[in-house]
Design a protein around this ligand. Sequence first.
Ligand code: AMP
Ligand code: MG
Length: 329
Amino acid sequence: MILKTDPTSTEPTPAVTRAAAVLRAGGLVAFPTETVYGLGAVATDARAVARIFEAKDRPHFDPLIIHLGSADWLDRCVASVPPEAGRLAERFWPGPLTMVLPKRENIPDIVTSGLPTVAVRMPAHPVARALIHATGAPVAAPSANRFGQLSPTTAQAVEEELGQRVDLILDGGPTQHGIESTIIALGETGPRLLRPGPVTLEELRECLGREVIVATGPSATPESPGMLLRHYAPRTPLRILDSSTAATTTRDRRVGLLAFRAAPASRDFAVVETLSATGDLREAAANLFAALRRLDAAGVDEIIAEPVPETGLGRAIMDRLRKAAAPRA
Ligand code: AMP
Ligand code: MG
């Protein structure tokens, strides 16, 4: 069931109050965050968290991000908060930055897939904040899609992905960033970027005043499953153009084009989706998954994607495109 709620209200609307009751009773609620829609359960309720994995067909080796109501809640999930985590939280929370830190014992193994660390973030979206506060507990929430598929950026996309598998979908309109949070691990070996996202590598380095190692390369046994070779993928085969080649197609195939900026004049494409007419990376990221979803629904034989410049948010966009383009297992 989809319930609309005011996307700007940090006060608990009737829809949010009802959703919080569902969560407290061990249910699953899909809700908007500023990155993508999440599929939430109370993080300390192992049975409820198990239902997330069922709903997503998600392999149990894939740990979840816990969403906090405030930075003060870190102590509820994390064994010890290193000074650098405090600095990052002060600068980027609420916002699209996830930190991987040593976990506290009360966090069930199913949340962390048995890892000694836990991923936490404080979302900025008013609806997410209102929901977490009304629930009064940290909420574990991966993206609200079937495993390996595109992350949903609207309530309708959640409904298409999960339907009756979720108890309630809070509709707070389309999400702002449209791409998943940045993940940084803060361990003894120094800060490491596990997944690029809306908070850029440049911003992290600047805030910490030191090198942040990029550890986002594809891996079969990933430290962060967002690093799986094939992930965030449409069902249609996808190929990335190299930057020097113009997008072309042949008459015998129906090809969809994912254009970065103003689309080329070719009429040979069955469908064209433009990420940002002005070439703005923020706008492009926000449109990425919805555009891929539409291309997927258009029934084309292949999707070809134009590359975007790999600076700032462009790094996160290219990371998602490469995963979408990776060969199927
Ligand atoms: P999602 O919520 O679907 O965007 O996925 C959550 C991402 O956070 C996955 O790629 C997880 O692997 C990553 N993650 C969660 N917990 C940890 C952890 N303890 N260590 C490393 N990565 C984590
Ligand atoms: Mg996901």
